[in-house]
Design a protein around this ligand. Sequence first.
Ligand code: NAI
Length: 211
Amino acid sequence: MYKKEISKAVINRLPRYYRYLGDLLEKDVVRISSKELSEKMKVTASQIRQDLNNFGGFGQQGYGYNVEYLHSEIGKILGLDTKYNMIIIGAGNLGLALANYADFERRGFFVKCIFDIAPSLIGTEIRGITVKNAEEMENYIKMNKVDIAAVTVPKTKAPSIASDLAKWGVKGIWNFAPTDLNLPKDVTVENVHLAESLMKLSYRLSGNDIE
Ligand code: NAI
């Protein structure tokens, strides 16, 4: 889509712009000046302009930003104008918490199925989503469009499960297991390591700052 190389820092800020603009939309705000946006988001106006200029810029001098337009354009940049089918591997504490969170659907991420190996879980339902036997996973992926697999299994199991998912054609892995996954380049992995995030909090509580 966007051929230009965009820095990670900019990409990391976009979801926050998107969320913030979504909140403004819910309050029926039609437009916002870059100054107001910058004050509310605690990001300098020039930072916002620079970030958005990476994608052509969306503001107009003297007008500011049209909230709905900017929200929808950032959504497109983030690929949120697409609908993603997601499966969850591991129906434990975390897998069930993800499955229970209906808000992902608002962003275009639809949890279609959950897989587990525990007989006590197989056949149960969470918000109408069935937990299937992990043995059925290969067949399911081959017969259904699966864009993203959330991996919420113990860390010892995650690498081999992720390799299987890649082999069966899943291109997006949302990995919650605290382990690194080595997958082919055409598979995109987003790691969510909660303990690492806590360690950063601990670092900052010790009086340090992180850029
Ligand atoms: P859990 O033990 O509650 O759930 C793991 C589930 O995976 C179980 O239901 C188990 O039957 C299933 N499972 C095991 N092998 C499987 C396989 N081959 N195929 C399909 N399912 C399989 O664990 P929890 O707490 O949900 O954590 C899951 C992962 O997320 C772990 O790697 C953990 O380290 C990580 N994590 C969890 C956090 C949490 O708040 N629960 C926080 C940070 C990381």
